[in-house]
Design a protein around this ligand. Structure first.
Ligand code: HEC
Length: 127
């Protein structure tokens, strides 16, 4: 039998719970997911040491590949130079980075649209 708890259902439950818990300080679902899935490689604070990947402070609305002091792969540059990180482009990137920039160093792939959405919502809040 298929498990009754699909990932989106668990996520929806977590979102509801988060809303019920509702303090401004409570960590959002997106922030938790970011810490689980992205923080090993990406910092979000501007003054934090650069990780394996570029720092993501203010990434939503920013041009791709412009973090000072980070050496992007040639493949990343080729695939994304001149593009802006809209929520839609971020969604496509997280779904399959290799699709946008074949050969990029970012080893990650997220098939679950609800997880991608929650992470992108969180990224909108990091300035
Ligand atoms: C295993 C390490 C790793 C993980 C995990 C990872 N990334 Fe990355 N990410 C990278 C690397 C490395 C690059 C640079 C790619 C290149 O130069 O080819 C990158 C690039 C990016 C960029 C482009 C930034 C810019 O300056 O244009 C974004 C946005 C991004 N990652 C978001 C995320 C998010 C959100 C997650 C979690 C859902 C994530 N990444 C998970 C390693 C990782």
């Amino acid at each position: 039998m298929k498990a009754a708890w699909s990932t989106p259902a668990v996520l929806a439950a977590a979102l509801l719970f988060g809303a019920a818990a509702g303090t401004a300080k409570a960590e959002s679902v997106g922030e938790k997911l970011f810490k689980q899935q992205c923080a090993a490689c990406h910092a979000v604070a501007k003054d934090a040491p650069i990780g394996a990947g570029p720092t993501l402070a203010g990434i939503v609305g920013k041009d791709a590949g412009i973090m000072e002091g980070y050496r992007y792969s040639a493949e990343f540059k080729k695939g994304l130079d001149g593009q802006k990180w809209t929520p839609e482009l971020l969604d496509a990137w997280l779904a399959d980075p290799q699709e946008l920039a074949s050969g990029t160093y970012m080893m990650y792939k997220q098939n679950d649209a609800a997880v991608r959405k929650a992470i992108i919502e969180y990224l909108k809040t990091v300035k």
